[in-house]
Design a binder for this molecule. Structure first.
Ligand SMILES: Nc1ncnc2c1ncn2[C@@H]1O[C@H](COP(=O)(O)OP(=O)(O)OP(=O)(O)O)[C@@H](O)[C@H]1O
Ligand SMILES: [Mg+2]
Length: 406
């Protein structure tokens, strides 16, 4: 049976497709057999996309981020549509429309430089920026012990109350300046753990266990002590379109947490910090005056990261922060999170479905299944040599860029 698969997930393409047609701004720019596409990507857009995918081989390097954005399709195109973003652009690329060039019977590319030898070997992307003094303090930051989360599903009075234990006796540690990735199928309890740590769950939800932040149990703190502890843990959600208040300007969004958690900071201090934050996350100062709807998904996620950083946390819970973003924008955000970790020494609890992301940035990995952690350890060891049968089936079911192409 023939199948037309439409996706932006290149790992899925690699696992399933025989033929690949790559589109950019409403045009097909490369058609090839899957083997040719993954072994000899020839359009600059294809080359960059493949280098934007996180994976163990690019650990410590910047992922390729394609500058700029896809042009609106309402405009009239007179030349190569990718040229304004192309690192290999030449004046001729801006002069006339580009026809498909035939590289072989099964491989066509819409690029006048497709046969150009200098394009054939794209060098490895540069190393990530490193702090002048890399912090080597990897002492214990957070120790979660026997955490259980039980939701109240209603009922009562005449009928029995229904309860559902979404997280069961989960324990893990996070060290300073390190990343623990949390993976597991949908509904296994990952977000519930993040919300329990931040105490964002309703009072009807029962949270048991301990969450020791530098020795202090978050679940035992009184209101005042909790406010102090809240400065230390922030969260970035999956959907940058829903997580920012549309009625607030970016400045208000960023200052909200600063004002409530750091009332001792005056307006000058906040403004100083804000301009530094914007530079750190790669936004222009004008952004402060604008509303979230004026930004792209990737830019909104930068605002969410700036909001989290604004209160100077030691731990950020990243709940699938890049799953709503396309590959190149995901690359920009992962580069940013990794560089911020280098420079600021912040720790991440990183919830993701993407094993490429895990192998690119995680130090430790915890695999969850039906509310429990079934395997935990060094990310690389687990990915290369899983011991638990659920981990094995999870890794086997994840489409990966076919090793035979690599
Ligand atoms: N407020 C709630 N009330 C009742 N049940 C809930 C509530 N929130 C989550 N659950 C249930 O708890 C379980 C764990 O949910 P959770 O959101 O933690 O999963 P997850 O691992 O983050 O999933 P996903 O990968 O889809 O985001 C699910 O079965 C979910 O239906
Ligand atoms: Mg979730």
């Amino acid at each position: 049976m023939a199948m037309l698969l439409i996706t932006h997930d290149l790992a899925v393409v690699s696992g399933m497709a025989d033929q690949v047609a790559l589109m950019y701004a409403g045009q097909i720019v490369e058609v090839a057999s899957a083997a040719d596409f993954f072994l000899h990507p020839s359009h600059p857009y294809a080359k960059l996309l493949l280098q934007a995918l996180p994976g163990a081989d690019l650990r410590g390097r910047q992922l390729a981020a394609i500058q700029g954005t896809v042009p609106p399709l309402t405009q009239v195109f007179k030349a190569c549509r990718f040229a304004p973003r192309c690192p290999f652009q030449k004046p001729v690329c801006f002069e006339k429309p580009i026809a498909m060039q035939l590289l072989s019977d099964s491989h066509q590319v819409r690029c006048i430089r497709a046969n150009d030898a200098s394009l054939q070997s794209l060098s490895l992307p540069p190393l990530l920026a490193r702090a002048d003094e890399v912090s080597t303090d990897h002492s214990l930051l957070l120790s979660v012990k026997n955490l259980s989360v039980t939701y109240d599903l209603g009922g009562g009075f005449f009928s029995q109350r229904h309860q559902f234990e979404a997280v069961k006796q989960v324990s893990f540690d996070i060290q300073k300046g390190q990343t623990l990735a949390l993976v597991g199928e949908s509904g296994c309890g990952k977000t519930s753990i993040g919300k329990a740590l931040l105490q964002l769950l309703t009072p009807q939800t029962k949270v048991q266990g301990q969450a020791l932040l530098q020795g202090q149990d978050l679940f035992q703190l009184n209101r005042q002590a909790l406010t102090v502890a809240r400065k230390q843990i922030q969260i970035i959600f999956q959907n940058p379109f829903a997580s920012l208040n549309p009625r607030m300007r970016v400045q208000e969004i960023l200052e909200e947490g600063m004002k409530s958690l750091h009332p001792e900071w005056d307006a000058d201090k906040r403004m100083n910090d804000l301009s530094l934050l914007l530079t750190q996350v790669g936004l222009l100062p004008e952004a402060l005056e604008r509303y979230p709807h004026e930004f792209s998904g990737g830019q909104r996620q930068r605002i969410a990261i700036a909001r989290a950083l604004a209160v100077k946390p030691s731990l950020i819970i990243c709940d699938e922060p890049t799953s709503a973003l396309d590959v190149s924008v995901q690359a920009q955000i992962l580069n940013l999170l990794k560089e911020l970790q280098e420079v600021l020494g912040v720790s991440y609890l990183f919830v993701t479905h993407n094993m490429g992301v895990v192998s690119y940035l995680a130090d430790k990995l915890a695999v969850m299944h039906e509310g429990q952690i079934v395997e935990m350890g060094h990310a690389e060891e687990i990915l290369n040599n899983p011991q638990n049968s659920y981990t094995k089936s999870l890794l086997a079911s994840v489409p990966q860029l076919n090793q035979s192409w690599a």
